[in-house]
Design a protein around this ligand. Structure first.
Ligand SMILES: [Zn+2]
Length: 442
């Protein structure tokens, strides 16, 4: 046995639309590392990157682990085998694996990671980074997974959430997930505000179970280990599950929207926020999607708000002159549409008074005066009072100066939910003795 060393392990893009899941691979690797007697220095980290890039796997999530081990060489070889064996390369996965054997992470790792949160980083940039920094890398296919693998190691938390993911037994993969929706509703109520986005009360819809063939049965998102563990005790499922693992994550933090767009960063697939003045009254198109343009520091920016977000009705009530701050992802121009920002939230900063010109009201009779003909003024037909000009009538606005975010069902992994607005979690201390990882008996 050699001297124990700190090893960071990052991997990404092991799954495809058709199956597997990077978090499940992490669970299998952790199970192996525990058997080997590795010491864990932190929760497994599940880092979601820019959700608006075109070639993302389902959630664009990468995983990293930080351990102490006496036998790094053996462990690296074994993990390479895990990645080769369990990645869904047949269905388009391009897995990347990175090892970094140092106690602390240099700041250029973190810078790389921060860019991957909102920009389009291509695999060649990742390969160059690996070469320049002498990283041990391993990849299959085109190596796209290296971006997330490096990013997950370099990521530094400023706020975080936890997610408890439970896994199914292999015999159940691909079968329907049966869970009592009442139990999910109860769980959400009892653990509020320490869990979030579990149940959509408006649509009576369970939000913790995925629908694909992957090995995850459910994922409960929240703030504290105890709350997640007690949440799982309230849930009632029809099948015996294989085990669970708690990840520390940037989900629910709006991490991809930290970037403030400038003229030069408003590029296709970039995510961020920008403030501006609404240039014209919004247009509602077929299907209920809303389109409008904004003036952002003298440049015109096209915006789209899709019906599914649940905030299209807010957007349709904007008028020319409103000041808003919005966030989302830039879509590439197509034949029909120009480059456009797909909105993920609308923060109304200032509402313009909505007035229309109308015939004056007679102060004596409280009745609308009639026009006497072009440029002839107005007269009350009851008392004969005369007025020269039209008056401004104020129409009450249907929206307020506040933050509007999508319905929970339309949330992305990174979307900050209502319960987390204005709230940061900085203190989930990792305690190896808690039940952050568990393989259930039988
Ligand atoms: Zn009158």
């Amino acid at each position: 046995m050699g001297i124990s060393s700190t090893l960071h392990i990052g991997f990404d893009d092991t799954d495809s639309q058709k199956g597997m899941c990077t978090t499940f691979l992490a669970y299998k690797i952790v199970e192996y590392l525990k058997k080997q007697g590795s010491e864990f220095l932190d929760f497994p980290r599940l880092i979601r990157f820019n959700p608006n890039i075109p070639w993302k796997t389902r959630g664009n999530g990468a995983v990293s682990l930080k351990i102490k081990t006496n036998n790094p060489t053996k462990i690296k070889n074994k993990i390479k085998n895990f990645i080769s064996k369990y990645s869904d390369t047949k269905n388009g996965a391009n897995p990347g694996l990175v090892f970094y054997e140092q106690k602390t992470i240099p700041s250029n790792f973190t810078e790389f990671s921060e860019l991957a949160l909102w920009q389009l980083i291509n695999r060649n940039q990742a390969k160059k980074f690996a070469l320049k920094n002498n990283l041990e890398i391993f990849y299959i296919g085109n190596g796209q997974g290296l971006v997330g693998a490096i990013g997950a190691i370099g990521y530094q938390f400023h706020d975080h959430t936890l997610e408890l993911l439970s896994y199914r037994k292999p015999s159940k993969f691909g079968k329907e997930r049966k869970i009592s929706s009442q139990s999910v509703k109860t769980m959400q109520k009892k653990t509020f505000p320490y869990t979030f986005n579990s149940f959509d009360n408006k649509k009576s819809k369970v939000l913790i179970t995925p629908h694909g063939p992957d090995p995850v049965f459910y994922g409960v998102r929240g703030e504290k280990v105890d709350s997640l563990l007690s949440a799982t005790k309230i849930l009632k499922t029809k099948e015996k599950l294989a085990g669970h693992m708690i990840f520390k994550s940037n989900q629910g933090t709006n991490d991809h929207l930290k970037n403030t767009f400038t003229k030069s960063t408003l590029k296709p697939f970039a995510s961020g926020i920008i403030t501006g003045i609404v240039l014209c009254d919004p247009k509602i198109e077929k299907g209920g999607h809303v389109f409008f343009s904004m003036n952002c520091n003298g440049d015109e920016l096209q915006c789209a708000v899709y019906k599914e977000t649940g905030i299209s009705s807010i957007a349709s009530n904007l008028i020319k002159g409103d000041k808003i701050c919005v966030g989302g992802g830039m879509r590439k121009a197509s034949k029909i549409y120009p480059r456009i920002l797909n909105l993920e939230f609308i923060d109304v900063v200032n509402l313009k008074k909505n007035t229309v010109k109308s015939n004056p009201i007679c102060k004596n009779c409280n009745k609308s005066m009639k026009s006497k003909g072009q440029n002839q003024g107005y007269q009350c037909i009851k008392c004969g009072k005369i007025s020269k000009n039209k008056t401004n009538l104020e129409i009450p606005r249907k929206i307020q100066t506040k933050m509007y975010i999508p319905d929970v069902s339309a949330h992305r992994h990174l979307s900050r939910p209502l319960t987390r607005l204005g709230r940061l979690n900085r203190k989930s201390k990792f305690d190896e003795s808690t039940s952050w990882f568990s393989v259930y008996e039988n």
